[in-house]
Ligand binder design. Structure first.
Ligand code: SF4
Length: 127
């Protein structure tokens, strides 16, 4: 497993995200920090959202993340291991159909894709 932390300071991972969105904080930002915390055995991680929308008065939004319980970190660890195992099987079999489909929150990864209609048909998504 490989990863690239933006900043690793004093044993704590820091991830910086730039966005034009004016207020949302996608779950995958938090997930990414959580996985970095697991990978580095850190108890604390940080997320800095920089909002590039010129209408925003305070473009810097820092968040501090900390495991709330052993169960929370275990849950993230199990999810990560499950994803890794699925990926390993798919790579060994050269067959991706067993992998979960990830379109991003609110479909953002697919939003402008030319194949969206085709993928929607395959997955039975009606818009
Ligand atoms: S091909 Fe396009 S629409 Fe289909 S899953 Fe990938 S990004 Fe989304």
């Amino acid at each position: 497993m490989d990863y690239s932390i933006d900043i690793f300071d004093n044993g704590e991972p820091i991830e910086i995200k730039t966005t034009f969105a004016s207020h949302d904080r996608p779950q995958h930002y938090q997930d990414q920090i959580a996985y970095y915390m697991l990978a580095t055995k850190a108890f604390v991680g940080h997320l800095l959202i920089i909002r590039e929308n010129p209408r925003i008065e305070s473009p810097f939004e820092p968040y501090r993340m900390e495991w709330e319980s052993e169960e929370e970190s275990e849950s993230y660890r199990n999810r990560l291991i499950e994803k890794r195992d699925l990926l390993m099987v798919a790579l060994q079999n050269k067959e991706v159909s067993s992998l979960p489909i990830w379109r991003g929150e609110k479909d953002w990864l697919c939003r402008n894709c030319l194949w969206r209609e085709e993928c929607d048909k395959i997955e039975g998504i009606v818009r």
